[in-house]
Design a protein around this ligand. Structure first.
Ligand code: RB5
Length: 144
């Protein structure tokens, strides 16, 4: 069974706990890289832990959440092997997989409805990369 890595800061923690329940329903395991409460903390610590696990293959895919999604998205995207996609609609999550081969779904915990987040998770985890012209484009993302 595919293991989905999870990370959030305090602002993303409540949604991360819901995501765990949805993953169970969808038949996925999870590995939680924190944070583990709503106590104030700094998102880079948890974003980097998740990104390291996805880069190494320990978790083939991840979900990261902070208040806006921006801070933790910036953090995971500092890793060469990561394509984190900030998604707030299911269609964006679908295209993040089809066109960007995103390997971390990032959501804004303070600015997304539960039902929308649930659908983003389902779609992200069940949509394949289309390859073709998109392969060339994602290969050109690392700036040299
Ligand atoms: C925490 O207050 C908030 O700044 C953080 O969750 C995130 O939105 C940062 O980008």
């Amino acid at each position: 069974m595919k293991t989905v890595g999870l990370a959030s800061d305090h602002a993303g923690y409540p949604l991360k706990e819901l995501v765990k329940e949805w993953l169970k329903e969808l038949g996925f395991d999870n590995k939680d890289f924190g944070t583990y409460s709503t106590d104030s903390c700094d998102y880079p610590q948890f974003g980097h832990a998740l990104a390291t696990a996805v880069e190494s293959g320990e978790c083939p895919v991840g979900i990261a959440i902070c208040g806006t999604g921006n801070g933790i998205n910036m953090s995971v995207n500092h890793h060469a092997g990561i394509r984190g996609a900030l998604c707030w609609q299911p269609k964006i999550a679908e295209l993040a997989r089809q066109h960007n081969d995103a390997n971390i779904l990032v959501m804004p915990g303070r600015f997304i409805e539960e039902s929308t987040a649930k659908e983003c998770v389902r779609v992200f985890l069940t949509t394949e990369f289309e390859g073709g012209r998109h392969q060339r484009r994602i290969e050109a993302i690392p700036y040299k």
